[in-house]
Write a protein that binds this ligand. Sequence first.
Ligand code: CA2
Length: 149
Amino acid sequence: MRILCLSGPNLQLLGTREPEVYGSTTLAQIHAELADLGAARGATVDCRQSNHEGALVDWIGEARGNYDGMLLNAGAFTHTSLALRDAIRAVQVPCVEVHLSNPEAREPFRRRSRIAPVCVAKVAGFGAASYRVALYALLDWLDARTKVD
Ligand code: CA2
């Protein structure tokens, strides 16, 4: 299995600011954990971060044929980006929405996700563990789908 993990704007700051909201684990540590967890399950996990919506759209667009599944923490673009939503729908690679915090328990403007309707699932509110839980569950989901196919 090949998994692409994308993180959006400002997530490069993880572990350095607002630890009370986003925890003290850095994005580099999360990426290392995902690589280890993936390797233990025979999967490769390629992790990238960008502050630019177009870069995320490009990477999603390139996922078809190159990846079996995607994890996406779109950051604030979660709540605004029709371009990301269209890209996920178009590429037809299963995508799990990931959040460190639980956006639905925060400000009202975070309650709407533009990408949720085109994702297979969402994991939110577990801090850095959201990424691990999402990877584990996505690999299970892909394994189950392969057996049925
Ligand atoms: O909880 C999440 O993972 C979010 O995607 C984080 C976004 C926020 O806009 C979403 O509503 C929920 C914000 C990412 C900002 O990341 C920072 C990390 C450390 C310090 C400051 C910002």
